[in-house]
Design a protein around this ligand. Sequence first.
Ligand SMILES: [Fe+2]
Length: 324
Amino acid sequence: MSPIGIERVNYIALNAKDPEAAAKYAAERLGFTIQHAAPDGTHYLSAHGVDRYSLVYKPGDAHGLHHVSYLVGDDQVLDQAGARLERAGVEVSRHLDHEWEAKPALRFSTPGGHLIEFTTGVHTAIPVAHLVEAPKSGGAKPVVPDHVGVGTADFDAEEKFMTDVLGQLHSSRILGPDGAQIMSFMRSPGRYLYHDIVLVRTPGPALHHIQFSLKNVDQFYETAEALQANGVKIEWGPLRHGPGHNIALYFRDAEGYWFEYSVEEEIILHDPTYVPRTWTVADPHVVDEWNSGQPPAELMGPPPADALLGTDLDETFGTKAAQS
Ligand SMILES: [Fe+2]
């Protein structure tokens, strides 16, 4: 399968009951900057990378992902991707002035119901967090969204779509207690990042978490301190994930979405010789190579019940953290 042309995550758009309040919280406490508030209430926030905006809150009561936008190389690649999706029987919509300062884009849904956008933007030869200079010290400094975790009931169909239609490659898999695959870490070929999407087996469509990379470990710990000083509760971490080997911490935003800030993710320089690894949930080093203990209740998964649509995350991940 030849690559469809995905280069990296562009931005992540979340439904928000109160987008203004969510944007204010992200700006005041999480290290983002509000760039624009649209008449319909959509708020666009930049991080510390190279893109006009990286996080978007859209008005909507349906808690979950609105869409994730991925960059492709140029308009020609975009056109070719659209044609390829349509040949595969995917319904594609094309957009011009659909978002603030948007370039032409196409959108389509995965079999699991997650809306994906392809558009063009700032091309980078290497991952953005590696490219940019370290942001000035002080405060939380998320640089760029590098992956999003999405849950779906028909895991196999979603995974097949990722590999067969989008040309994604496996970086690793996690198997549940019964041997069924419960997570899949997937990457775009030739783009170095360990993953730009994580699939999670859930009872229905769910947003699992969104992630932003930090520049370096110094920035990671500065950011951790800044979050705490800002009254943001770090609910899991710092820890070191097995898949991706990234150092990570987790907290929730004003809408209850799980955010991961992480650094030092494994990069894959040569796809043909990379061998995907399979983990099992029985291995305590899956969620944390430092083995600092089970994630607390509610962690390693999304928070508000309506986000999960009934998902039992402890069951999903084979963890048995005490429920309060
Ligand atoms: Fe993640």
